[in-house]
Design a protein around this ligand. Sequence first.
Ligand code: ARG
Length: 573
Amino acid sequence: MNLQSFMTSDIQKAFDLAGVGDAPIVLQVAKNADFGDYQINGAMGAAKKLKINPRELAQKIADALRDCSWLALAEVAGPGFINLHLSNDFLNQELSGCLKSPRFNIHTSLSNQTVVIDYSSPNLAKEMHVGHLRSTIIGDSLHRVLKFLGAKVIAQNHVGDWGTQFGMLVAYLMERQNDGDSEYALTDLEQFYREAKVRFDEDAAFAEKSREYVVKLQQGDEEVLSWWRQFVDISLSHAQNIYTRLNTLLTPDDVVGESAYNDDLQPCVDALMQQGIAREDVDGSKLVDLIGQPERDGKTPVYIVQKSDGGFLYATTDLACLRHNINTLHADRLLYVVDARQSLHFTALFDVSRRAGWLPENVRAEHIPFGTMMGKDNKPFKTRSGDTVKLADLLDEAEERAATIVREKNPDLSVDEVRKIAHIVGIGAVKYADLSKNRMSDYVFSWESMLSFEGNTAPYLQYAYTRVHSVLRRAKDISSHVIALQTLEEHRLAVALLQYEEVLLSVADAAYPHYLAAYLYQIATLFSRFYESCPILQANSEEQSTRLQLTELTGKILQHGLSLLGIEVSEKM
Ligand code: ARG
């Protein structure tokens, strides 16, 4: 259930009764749990407006709340805060509903929303590297959360498969295969790209041919297309391997590469010209002046949509893609999970699309930016020799390091078990280290901290889950369904468990997965305090039943919440 909105309807009535029905309520989770579970901060603002005494107004509101079944106590504090203590009877009842429901009693439904999430979207010329990690996993967790809340989610993997370098790659692929070298050619895409580039730079005839192929490719020449398709298929199958290892929802069906919009590029530019939104520049290129955007080098920035030689750009493809998402997919919300450095591109994309009437007022279009993954030296993460780190290598290392730790902690596990758990812990650690941070900031990649069993890490949360399971395994009888909260630790854990829905809604709205991570960490911490101070297996039967059920719900929410971050758990560790 959504506690906040449930309480809000009663609080609104209390505000009405106190004569301040129009004032914002400002209901928040209490900053300090010693003072209560929630607090209402709206009385001060309302009193200031009406020039009345804020504490008196707060007291009036608190009195009007007295009969609410969910409330144990409403206390006025400081200049006019109202601290709310939820009643244990109410919590007992809600917990039991939550335990019985497969969806934790979450009734909010975003089923009237179609959300297109553009994420991962690597350029296919090279193998996937660390730079692709953030978009892939942030996008995937948003996908999972929105889907769980009932939205119709369309994942869109907008791979770069259409630029100039594809002429070069096709030319090189043809050359190798004509030399009878079909086996070797595409096992290592990175090396393949480097070699093609060398050929391109040193052989003018080869470079000329490459350029010819780009044109042929974009004009739909069957032969060139079929070579290109070979290259694209192999790159995509590499990417799909990574997606599977990373436990993401992306499938080959989600790939809609830049090439898919080829036919709508010229019509897009023509439409912008006709509407007078784009203009022809002196050199013959076509562009839109981004009026209202901060100047760059003393000039209004521009969005080029067609080059002077007639070629199209990244911008044009995104305009065509956006039209498709609105007109054909009927999206209500567009999320682009892309590096923060592309923010001007997206500002321009949305601005031009709104002006052209392609992006209706009621459709939310959002760039979901993120910072860079840094090495210990505070520079973008690289290998020792300064190369970009292949994602496949990074995941191998994560699993190896996790295996060492798992073996140390639990020497009795079989080789197979170690491998399985190391996969869950290693991949989980890499993902969680990223998802638990505010995506807007850069962060330093550190094996030591992400694989630690202490602090806000995946292993800590995964371990909390195994601890829950070991308690449940040892409990002989969990057939009683009595829930009667008594201690403060039980109460705090219970309130937090019932906040799951409001947390998910805020993740969905703000597109911040770290809200969910912080919540799960809080649950694990509260559970650990509860576990230390409230004996479970030695308790009398009513206490034991209450505590076992709190334990069970903790396990379920940890497991479910982590699954929405795309992270698995294991009952043994
Ligand atoms: N392929 C692009 C890159 O690697 C990212 C594409 C993001 N999506 C988009 N619709 N522009 O930079």
